[in-house]
Design a protein around this ligand. Structure first.
Ligand code: NAD
Length: 513
């Protein structure tokens, strides 16, 4: 990986556009070099110092992107798909290096880091196919000698704001589809993971250059909340696709709405698994543990609540305590590790505050949390995954704490379980474990889960790119990735063509001169 990092340093792609050279070495607005420091939560080391984009450069980036759009939108969609296919090949080539960098900068396990790059590869493949399927419908006109149909056109500049926990995959879900649809993209990654974003831009740079893709089709700007706000406020940004906390989503939605712009939001989740009396616990327990502790509980789809039928409650509890006893916490780059660190000290403080509130709200910790110390834990970001029995769905259970804390709740009837499952402000992912067909179908019915994702006999986390991904309520309502999510990146135009010699009006209206 050192070589890979070295390559990033020698061929810089900092705040700027496709090649990045234009805006290399930007300084902060006050003239100082106020850098974004990227510390690894794995060992606490400073990995890189990245120049944040200043407002003046931001404006140059947007203008370069707008100019590129005029060329890019005229490139046939399958040709754009071919360029995305080549990007997929590049990511295949750099899977190990980028996966390792994701793991080191974000703290997720090496397998999950690689999995994230695999998601990029998968969405590239998907987008290539999509580039030949940007279908519009044909309708029968009520008027004689008329034809009516709809077509989809690109929007323009798409702003992509991403969260730290999927530092590269979420960008690719948006960018690959946005590109085949004919848009140009400006990516603002999380200020906590700027290096992986720079790496992605570097990886695709060659493809952009080899295909004479105009400067500005793939742009990267770096910075924090303020930089994200520039995108939200800017009427030149046709679509703001923002992934992150509900707090961020509310701010972005209000700002973009004030200018009647378009937004696509992918926000927090508070995902539950219902375990019925008919659950196959041999598959349920590993799914629960992976969902709750994978990525140290920092997935938007992490399993946070377990709603357990009273008849199996004690059995499930005992099995979980046993399974948690086997967890290996440590360096995520070690393949034997189950649980890596939280992203930073602020996340650790949030975890500690939640543990305190659990006790205050009548919860009982079956496995108490703690911040780990000693050799290997120098970054101060490693915590023990906790399990709490809760008397009810109290305030802390309703809240998404981005850490490995699993809440246990007991239920009697399936109606009660579904009410608990739906009784939180978020609506991202949900699951039921049952071998009973009636229970499964009720859970999937209109009277069942209110989430964007509802699974049977698999956990809440680990979605495939082929389906539309996203959730309801405070999760923001957006859908990304597969199915027909591409439509969010295009504008629909209805066309009516008169090939006759008269001018009949719709609804039979007569107008004669
Ligand atoms: P965050 O909200 O702190 O930051 C996310 C991004 O938004 C960052 O790039 C940040 O700089 C930017 N930002 C913050 N405030 C902003 C504002 N007011 N205007 C514009 N941009 C702003 O989130 P995070 O801590 O990086 O990520 C964790 C959260 O993301 C969790 O809530 C998680 O559930 C959610 N998430 C959701 C999905 C999903 O698909 N639903 C996927 C990944 C993460």
């Amino acid at each position: 990986m050192q070589q890979f990092l070295q390559k990033l340093k020698t061929q810089p792609v900092m705040s700027g556009t496709s090649t990045g050279q234009a805006f290399w070495h930007a300084t902060a607005a006050d003239g100082t070099d106020s850098l974004l420091d990227s510390y690894s939560p794995v060992d606490g080391q400073l990995m890189a110092r990245v120049y944040p984009t200043v407002r003046e450069d931001y404006d140059k980036v947007v203008e370069t992107a707008r100019a590129a759009f005029l060329t890019w939108r005229a490139v046939p969609a399958p040709r754009r798909g071919e360029i995305v296919r080549q990007m997929g090949e590049q990511f295949r080539q750099y899977k190990k290096e980028l996966g390792t960098l994701v793991s080191y900068e974000m703290g997720k396990s090496l397998q999950e880091g690689m999995g994230e790059v695999q998601e990029i590869i998968d969405i590239c493949d998907f987008a290539v196919g999509q580039s030949r399927q940007l279908y519009g419908l044909t309708m029968h006109s009520e008027r004689p000698d008329h034809r009516m149909y709809e077509q989809w056109h690109p929007l323009g500049v798409v702003g992509i704001i991403t969260a730290f926990n999927f530092p590269v995959a979420v960008w690719s879900w948006n960018a690959m589809l946005a590109w085949v649809c004919g848009n140009v993209c400006i990516w603002k990654p999380s200020e906590k993971t700027p290096l992986t974003a720079l790496a992605c831009q570097q990886i695709i740079k060659e493809v952009l250059e080899q295909n004479d893709v105009p400067e500005g089709v793939s742009c990267l700007i770096t910075g924090g909340r303020d930089t994200g706000t520039w995108l939200a406020e800017d009427p030149r940004i046709a679509l703001v696709s923002a992934t992150g906390s509900t707090r961020m989503g509310k701010a972005v939605a209000q700002t973009v709405s004030a200018r009647l712009g378009r937004y696509l939001l992918e926000l927090g989740g508070n995902n539950a698994i219902i375990l019925t009396a008919h659950a196959d616990l041999n598959i349920a327990i590993p799914a629960i543990v992976f969902g709750a502790v994978g990525t140290a509980g920092q997935r938007c789809t992490s399993t946070r609540r377990l709603i357990i039928h009273e008849s199996i409650y004690e059995d499930v509890k005992n099995r979980l305590v046993k399974a948690y006893g086997q967890l290996r916490i440590g360096n995520p780059l070690d393949e034997n590790t189950h649980v890596g660190p939280l992203i930073d000290q602020a996340a650790v403080a949030g975890y500690q505050a939640a543990l305190f509130q659990i006790k205050e709200q009548g919860g009982r910790l079956l496995i108490d949390g703690e911040v780990l110390e000693g050799p290997g834990f120098e970054s101060g970001c490693y915590v023990r995954p906790a399990i709490a029995e809760m008397p009810a769905q109290t305030a802390i259970v309703q809240h998404e704490t981005f850490a490995p804390i699993l809440y246990l709740l007991k239920y009697g009837t399936l109606d009660e379980a579904i009410e608990l499952q739906n009784g939180v402000p978020q609506g991202l992912s949900s699951a039921i474990f049952t071998l009973n067909m009636r229970e499964a179908e009720q859970f999937l019915s209109t009277a069942g889960s209110d989430c964007g994702i509802a699974n049977v006999n698999i956990g809440t986390s680990g979605a495939e790119i082929g389906g539309a991904f996203g959730g309801e309520k405070e999760t923001g309502g957006g859908r990304e990735s597969g199915s027909d999510a591409w439509k969010a990146y295009m504008r629909r135009q209805t066309n009516t063509i008169n090939y006759g010699t008269s001018l009949p009006l719709a609804q039979g209206i007569r107008f004669e001169l």
